[in-house]
Design a protein. Sequence first.
Length: 315
Amino acid sequence: MKTLEFRNGDKLDAIGLGTWKSDKGKVEEAVYTALKTGYTHIDCALVYGNEKEVGNGIHKALYEGIITRKDLWVTSKLWNNAHRREDVIPALKKSLKDLQLDYLDLYLMHWPVAFKSGLEGFPQGDDDYLSLDEVPIIETWDAMLEAKKQGLVKHVGVSNFSKKKLKDLMSKTDDNPEMNQVELHPLLRQDDLLDFCHKNNIHLTAFSPLGSGDRTPEMKADDEPDMMGNETVKNIAEKHQCTSAQVLIAFHLHRDTAVIPKSTNADRIKENLESAEIKFDDQDLKTLKSLDKHYRYVNGKFFENNSKYTNIYDD
Ligand code: A2P
């Protein structure tokens, strides 16, 4: 398995199990199955609403000796309603409690967007948001660094950050993010962001690598491209005698990023991990890269229903 090395020498298995959209009734078994199958990397977030069930799966695997805490990597994310300095550590502690862990391996700021403290649900308009003047990113970031200092997390990073937002944060801190988790796949290569991150020693994790077909209808555009059914992807899968999903996962291993396909199905969980064995030649990569059309399945523009955030993707 390809690994990403962090500044202190810690290593992360590049393929992790995603848990966004995983049913509460299925995710405990999915996490347990994944750890039994050989995954060591589980990606979670408080807003996914299933961290207790994820925690039960982790606990079962640890209890049965399937994996040790030292060999396990758990990532979680700070939700937008806890960006104020005083809200960060309590939010982190809630995730730790639900996950039944005493530290996280990686904690990410989920979006560069702040809601009113403690807001439940989706914001309705200006009053539900706090602008970046009211809660600057650096305030949230410093609180995350404090959590690291206290030993509650080993590494800190961000998610859904553009190059411009990363640069801005980096100009204000001596302790740069170690990870940026963003949507990446052949239809959304983001090469400029990838180059910038790698030059600055920031790892990337690819979310929605399979196009997240299980999003709710409200989150889907009518004319979405079918990445798994794409003829080019299917041809490369045929060439390598694997599935389209495996091609889409292996793509990231060839670009030195982590990738977190979500599945709650035991066969697909295994299939996704086995993508690690697929080796593309230069032509395969070139062909996959030619699919790029800067298409986002998860478009953060849903946070632009207000006057405080008007340009989430500003590069
Ligand atoms: P399931 O959980 O039933 O396996 P993403 O990781 O981009 O968010 O995509 C998740 C979606 O892709 C889910 O609907 C998931 O369904 C499905 N999926 C995950 N792995 C595979 C696979 N190997 N083949 C086909 N579909 C998959």
